[in-house]
Design a protein around this ligand. Structure first.
Ligand code: NAD
Length: 422
């Protein structure tokens, strides 16, 4: 098939390049000319392991364009992969999706063929069939589900493992309210051997939110038990090894520490809470999930102050700025509230991350960025905030180490080694 991808960030780029690898012809469109230029030059506009190699291998199967009409008219189906960040009140900011769909709607106006528009962005249940559908109909002067198709195909990839996640997912969710769109999605995903759920658009949208909310809940649950376990002198890792062996529960997402960050979990949980209020549903578990998560980074600073009560003028090292290893993404990274607190307490910060320092520098100009992880060890104490593999093998000799991510070997030779939940 010929596919156009609107929005070339983490999801759009990976989706397009992986579909190209399956033999489809892809046209990438984004408002950010820099991202298009990088893709056009065979480079990844975002960091993701093995992505650049896949781009190089499939460059003959994709083009980049700033002409959206050309992109939509020359392809059989359009994926919308633009961002859906949080607004102040926690609800999602649909403006990027609506603006993209407004532009897509205009291109549909003079298109004689039926063209499915598939929302891959994470949107609150009811958005695709509601305001997104309205803007497409208004701008195209056509009827959704009849003159053009509309569907939801939420994405479950994780940054850092996005390519294998996309290529071998646990399941694929296809949401469509018209048979032609469902048919197009079904045929596109035929080569994937995992279970596929075919359902209504708003159910597909809810599956995505419920999945992320459940995973976030699992992490906060583990952290709450982990905080208590630490006070009781119990190692939470062993606890959750035992808990996770129960097949009804499963072992994943029980890592205790400084909590979850990133561009999805916090914002999706907030969006579910905020959106539910519009339906007079006041969710009770999920606000607590966020509350626990907000408290975890503070534990690191509390532990640090156990050894250095007055942080004024102290040099504190931070290892890890990305929200997780193998990504350059710093959105809602747990390093942010930790560094803010340490700075507010009057300390200097020297930080290192193998990939995310450039992105982090746009948030914090007042810290020193070290050329290597070793250079951070000159600090009086070191906080480990991202589980990068290279932090496992450092010589922490004589240092105070507060480990938020269980980079276990850090304990070797450290003057002090403390973990958040162990
Ligand atoms: P991103 O910020 O990396 O990329 C979004 C891209 O959209 C940017 O390149 C931006 O320039 C472009 N864009 C914005 N408005 C546009 C417009 N009107 N026309 C064309 N391009 C436009 O975002 P992302 O992380 O790829 O996330 C995209 C969506 O997928 C979000 O809804 C997110 O919740 C969801 N999602 C993300 C992940 C993830 O791990 N990042 C995983 C699953 C789902």
């Amino acid at each position: 098939m010929k596919l156009s991808i609107v929005g070339c960030g983490y999801v759009g780029t990976v989706t397009g390049v992986c579909f190209a690898d399956l033999g489809h012809d892809i046209t990438f469109y984004d408002l950010d000319e820099k991202k298009l230029a990088l893709l056009g030059a065979g480079k990844a506009p975002i960091f993701e392991p093995s992505l650049e190699e896949l781009i190089r291998r499939n460059q003959h199967r994709f083009t980049t364009t700033s002409d959206l009409t050309g992109a939509v008219h020359d392809t059989d189906l359009t994926f919308v992969c633009v961002g859906t960040p949080s607004q102040e009140d926690g609800s999602i900011d649909l403006s990027y999706v609506l603006s993209a769909c407004s532009a897509i709607g205009k291109t549909l106006k003079n298109l004689p063929d039926f063209h499915p528009v598939i929302i891959k962005s994470t949107v609150f249940p009811g958005s695709t069939g509601g305001s997104i559908c309205s803007v497409l109909e208004k701008k195209s002067d056509k009827k959704a589900y009849v003159d053009f198709g509309l569907g939801s195909n939420p994405e479950f990839l994780r940054e850092g493992t996005a390519v294998p996640d996309f290529c071998t997912p646990d399941r694929i969710v296809l949401g469509a309210d018209d048979e032609r769109t469902m048919g197009a999605l079904r045929s596109l995903y035929t080569p994937f051997e995992c279970p596929k759920i075919e359902t209504a658009i708003r159910t597909a949208e809810m599956i995505k939110y419920a999945s992320n909310a459940f995973l976030a809940t699992k992490i906060s649950f583990a952290n709450e038990i982990g905080n208590l376990a630490k006070k009781l002198g119990i190692d939470s890792e062993k606890v959750f090894e035992g808990v996770g062996l129960d097949r009804r529960i499963g072992p994943a997402f029980f890592g205790t520490g400084i909590g979850f960050g990133g561009s999805c979990f916090p914002k999706d949980v907030r969006a579910l809470i905020a959106g539910a209020k519009d339906y007079d549903e006041h969710l009770r578990i999920l606000p607590a999930v966020l509350q626990v998560n907000e408290g975890q980074p503070l534990v690191v600073v509390r532990l640090l102050q156990k050894y250095l009560p007055d942080l004024r003028g102290r040099k504190i090292g931070v290892l890890g700025l990305a929200f997780k290893p193998d990504t350059d993404d710093v959105r809602e990274s747990r390093a942010i509230p930790i560094i803010r607190q340490v700075l507010d307490a009057g300390a200097e910060v020297i930080a290192y991350d193998p990939l995310a320092m450039e992105n982090f520098a746009s948030l914090f100009s007042e810290i020193t960025y070290a050329p290597s992880a070793e250079a951070v060890l000159s600090a009086e104490a070191v906080l480990i905030t991202t589980a990068w593999e290279e932090f496992e093998h450092l010589d922490y000799h004589g240092t105070i180490v507060i480990d938020g991510r269980r980079v276990a070997a850090a304990s070797r030779d450290a003057r002090v080694y403390e973990g958040v939940c162990w």
